[in-house]
Design a protein around this ligand. Sequence first.
Ligand code: NAD
Length: 474
Amino acid sequence: MYESLALLIDGQFIAEGRATIAVENPATGTELARLPVATTEDLDRAVAAASRAFPAWRDTSAFERGQVLRRAAQIIRERADAIATTLTLEQGKPLAEARGEVLVSADIFDWAAEEARRVYGRIVPGRVPGVRQMVVHEAVGVAALFTPWNFPALTPARKLAAALAAGCTTILKAAEETPGTAVAFARALVEAGAPAGTVNLVFGDPAAISAHLIAQTAVRKVSFTGSTPVGKHLLRLCADGVKRTTMELGGNAPVIVTASADLDAAVAASAASKFRNAGQVCISPSRFFVHESLYPRFVAGMTAAAQDVRVGDGLSEGVTMGPLASARRVTAMEEAVADAVARGAKLECGGQRIGNRGHFFAPTVISGVPADATLLTCETFGPIAPMTSFTDLSDVIARGNSVEAGLAAYAFSQDRAEIAALMKGIEAGIVGINGFAVSTPETPFGGVKESGHGQEGGAEGLEAYLNVKFISES
Ligand code: NAD
């Protein structure tokens, strides 16, 4: 049922003769498989293979690169059930959510395949007769890609699809907690015809691997999705070699519900979004600011919705929320709840782990959370909905903007003037008005402030892997 784990270096899957680490099922705490880890020589071979493969892949027509990506998308769709089972086993989310993630990942490969053919340059009129000025785009080179455990399919797909479509070759270090999905994607790409060296996959100690890869001159681009502290660390490492970077870092999304909002719609959408993937989503709604006229009913509605969530093993029928990814996430939830309660907040429901097997935490609603509580100042990254009320719109926009994160933000309102003020005033790379559907293959995804820089998805997704060259011909 679970993917057979391996490294991929220079077109060869390697499972033997390496040290291994355990991969755990977060629903049971039991070992799923042993993950082979890359040696330093493996990393060097991956860099050499990616460097060797780069000129030919860059010079392969965008049409042909797209065909490889399309075939990979098709293979992923054909294997969606098996890959989704692997994903749920290693990460915990309900099988339906895992399947949806796998299918959207296939769509991302298709989108990038199409977008590769639309990497246009432009001619800029010269100031002097006879001068031709051209702007062209060229693949950056070897890209080192680092992806986290919360979306084991989506995050590798976004990076691999865009990099390969642009003509870059890749070394992916996917999360050691959730390696099976990345291995399944690597197999799909190889079977689809990705030439040896264009896709390499390594695992091991994240800090050691990132330091080693980023130090290589041949690595020209680094794309990371994960926490802000790790992103800052990688940016410092990248500074030495002035590497191109894309940083998709932590969020701390506010949800502003104004007096004019459709309350029932806001509650239903907020609850569905908050508890998706047990809140382990960088664009998850994290801080609820509700107008005082709706606040008691909003808190009651969210509490009822949280109590309706069916928590369990993601493979079980009817389960709507799985476990947290690891024991350390459960500890983080317990600490955040204790901090808020100690500062005077009221626990409406949940607030504690469930059972003593796996890493389950109850869907939680906390009201009256003071501004200095960890739940509001730091990213929760879990199934906790902290509630506070407000009276004045400009004041609440300022409160929403008061954190250093600026990834996603949401607002519910039926008033045009309020919506205009929210769209303009919110400091975030992604804004959802009256809904949470803000991540699609076709649209740009990325943050501002300490949530990082650069986009994935949309036309912008490919730009991250392209250099601009200006040519003036006299
Ligand atoms: P963490 O910071 O230890 O790890 C986050 C991810 O970064 C993991 O996948 C890890 O393998 C990787 N990582 C860690 N150190 C690295 C290094 N030196 N080089 C390269 N990769 C490295 O945190 P965690 O306990 O796994 O998760 C906690 C926090 O991480 C969450 O609270 C959340 O803020 C953040 N996170 C964000 C995202 C996202 O989608 N932006 C995803 C996962 C985790």
